[in-house]
Ligand binder design. Structure first.
Ligand SMILES: CC(C)(COP(=O)(O)OP(=O)(O)OC[C@H]1O[C@@H](n2cnc3c(N)ncnc32)[C@H](O)[C@@H]1OP(=O)(O)O)[C@@H](O)C(=O)NCCC(=O)NCCS
Length: 181
């Protein structure tokens, strides 16, 4: 709730989302869930939807275009900023991170070293398959595809199809495959 109550949303609204609305699974109730929280996003375009079980961190720093679908059980981390273009699909149980722990100082526990991060930008007409993890600071170009289960640690070119851990080019939306790069 604390994360949802950042800007422009009351504690009660945040509580209703996290404890009730995020669990609604039927189509009608899903529309109500999206209505309940759309004002809390930094931006939320027409025709976009948030499915059940989605966790949102610093939702007021998440900007979502039009006709975007966030599938069930995803985590969207807006702490350092997150943008998604129009028509983009985020497959179920995907995690998009803009924040991470500092960890390099061996003399101090990781938990005491604070947080760092960088904004994530995902273009338009991008498809993230299920269980994709996008790491802080990554930019994914328009019309790219990320295969199921991938960890995206570097920027992805527009129109590229990438897959694996770390995600590498496995093809292109236009058709030609480039598995060797
Ligand atoms: C990305 C995807 C669409 C690629 O489909 P495709 O273009 O037909 O690709 P191919 O099956 O021909 O595979 C191309 C290469 O990528 C590899 N590859 C495919 N999917 C992969 C994945 N998820 N992770 C790693 N490598 C993958 C293949 O093994 C193949 O490698 P090779 O050339 O060395 O043999 C598909 O694999 C995928 O991940 N779909 C997502 C399904 C999903 O999440 N559904 C839920 C929707 S919400």
């Amino acid at each position: 709730v604390a994360r949802l109550t950042g800007v422009g949303v009351g504690r009660a609204q945040g509580w209703v989302y996290e404890n009730l609305a995020s669990h609604w699974t039927s189509g009608t109730w899903s529309q109500w869930r999206t209505r309940l929280i759309r004002e809390t996003f930094g931006a939320f375009g027409r025709g976009s939807s948030v499915s059940f079980g989605v966790r949102l961190l610093d939702v007021h720093k998440i900007h979502i275009g039009s006709k975007v679908s966030i599938n069930n059980q995803c985590v969207l981390d807006g702490r350092e900023g997150l943008r998604l273009g129009d028509l983009t699909l985020v497959g179920f149980e995907s995690i998009i991170l803009s924040s991470t722990h500092e960890f390099r100082d061996l003399s101090m526990p990781v938990r005491d070293q604070g947080m760092t991060g960088a904004p994530v930008s995902i273009g338009s007409d991008v498809w993230l398959g299920c269980r994709v993890i996008v790491l802080p600071g990554v930019t994914i170009g328009d019309k790219a595809v990320v295969a199921a289960g991938s960890v995206v640690s570097k920027d992805v070119e527009p129109g590229a199809v990438v897959g694996g851990i770390p995600a590498r080019v496995i093809g292109a939306r236009g058709g030609s495959r480039n598995a060797s790069s």
